[in-house]
Design a protein around this ligand. Structure first.
Ligand SMILES: [Zn+2]
Length: 70
């Protein structure tokens, strides 16, 4: 299963982006800003986990496109 992280720092629109670390997304935040989300079979589970911490979480357009909204 892929390993996901969420950016501790919000984007300008307030979104905390979820990234697939296993896929090696080039838009991954630097290590210090990565909050571990653990392993999920798909990005939907990862975004659900991220929302427990950051209610405004969103999948990265590039590596979690199926979970990207807006
Ligand atoms: Zn990404």
């Amino acid at each position: 299963m892929p390993h996901f992280i969420v950016n501790r720092q919000a984007q300008s629109n307030g979104d905390h982006e979820v990234h697939n670390k296993t896929a090696g997304c080039s838009y991954m935040p630097r290590e210090a800003n990565q909050k571990d989300l653990g392993y999920h079979s798909d990005c939907h589970g990862a975004v659900r986990e991220a929302k427990r911490t950051y209610s405004q979480s969103n999948g990265c357009y590039y590596c979690c496109n199926a979970c990207h909204t807006g």
